[in-house]
Design a protein around this ligand. Structure first.
Ligand code: THG
Length: 266
């Protein structure tokens, strides 16, 4: 199954930030219900943008989001203290976004994760910074999976994020990500691969076209999850279609169901 992590509850988005500042629960509730109806698997919740308010904002958001949907949450913060508080508030097994190999983040996050019932997004980031080649990404993925499995996590609960970087920064960033995904599938079979899809189009015009095209290309290489906007209908239709074409949809049943539900229309 392709795992769709709905990205819209994030205080870096101006409307969300205003709604959070005003404690406008109706706005958040409406957005979450739309993401749920559109087919999100998880609702990402990121309260990091209002400096000094992350803890209170996260607490409020989790309460409002969980009242709006039964979907599990993807708790998005680099801070283990925020994640600790957030974990205590969720009603179903969450996704923790994220851990990385950075020294000051890895050990506190591993302590945090010990004994918890959760899935994990693991970023291919270490102290030397963003990855510079597909080989970098693959070796970091291998290390992350080894450490997380040693700590008792099942491979099916681990989502590797290869760190998608913008085409506007380096024209090789798309093929680096695709080669990395193919390498992770070959070397760490069974692990999930996700990432912030829209990073690819940063700084370019008509971003949604780029995001949609890239999603299809990434799925062809083995990407089986994305942090994305489930309200982009064309993106959702392409996700269902690409996953079917990749061979992940027995008898094309999910595709046909999506067509019948009016979710795939040319
Ligand atoms: N990897 C992981 N987690 C992540 C990211 C990632 N979490 C945050 C982010 N990246 C993914 N989430 C979003 C949420 C919203 C938007 C993009 C990514 C978004 N941005 C618009 C834009 O960039 O133009 C609008 C911005 C605005 O309105 O101000 O919608 O990579 N593990």
């Amino acid at each position: 199954m392709f795992t769709i992590i709905g990205e819209r509850i994030n205080t870096t988005l101006k409307k969300v930030q205003a709604a959070v500042a005003e404690r406008d629960a109706a706005y958040i509730t409406d957005d979450v219900k739309k993401q749920d109806a559109a087919g999100a698997t998880y609702i990402d919740v990121n309260a990091g943008a209002r400096i000094g308010h992350e803890e209170a904002d996260m607490r409020w958001l989790i309460d409002v989001v969980q009242s709006a949907t039964k979907l599990p949450l993807c708790l998005d913060s680099p801070d283990p203290n925020i994640l600790e508080m957030a974990y205590g508030l969720v009603g179903s097994k969450p996704m923790i976004n994220s851990i990385s190999l950075e020294k000051d983040r890895f050990a506190p996050m591993m302590r945090y994760l010990a004994g918890k019932e959760c899935r994990i997004i693991a970023l291919c980031m270490d102290d030397s910074g963003m990855p510079k080649s597909a080989e970098d990404i693959i070796s970091r993925a291998r290390q992350l999976v080894a450490e997380l499995e040693k700590a008792g996590f099942k491979r099916d609960d681990i989502f590797i994020d290869p760190l998608i970087q913008p085409m506007s920064v380096d024209i090789r960033n798309g093929s680096m990500a695709m080669d990395a995904v193919a390498g992770i599938v070959a070397e760490v079979p069974g692990v999930h691969i996700t990432g912030g899809l829209s990073n690819i189009s940063y700084g370019l015009p008509q971003r949604r076209i780029i995001n949609r095209c890239f999603l299809a290309m990434m799925v062809a290489h083995g990407f089986d999850s994305a942090i994305m906007d489930p309200l982009d209908k064309d993106l959702m239709a392409l996700t269902t279609t690409a996953d079917m074409l990749k061979g992940n949809d027995n008898f094309c049943m999910k595709y046909i169901k999506a067509v019948r539900a009016g979710k795939v229309v040319a």
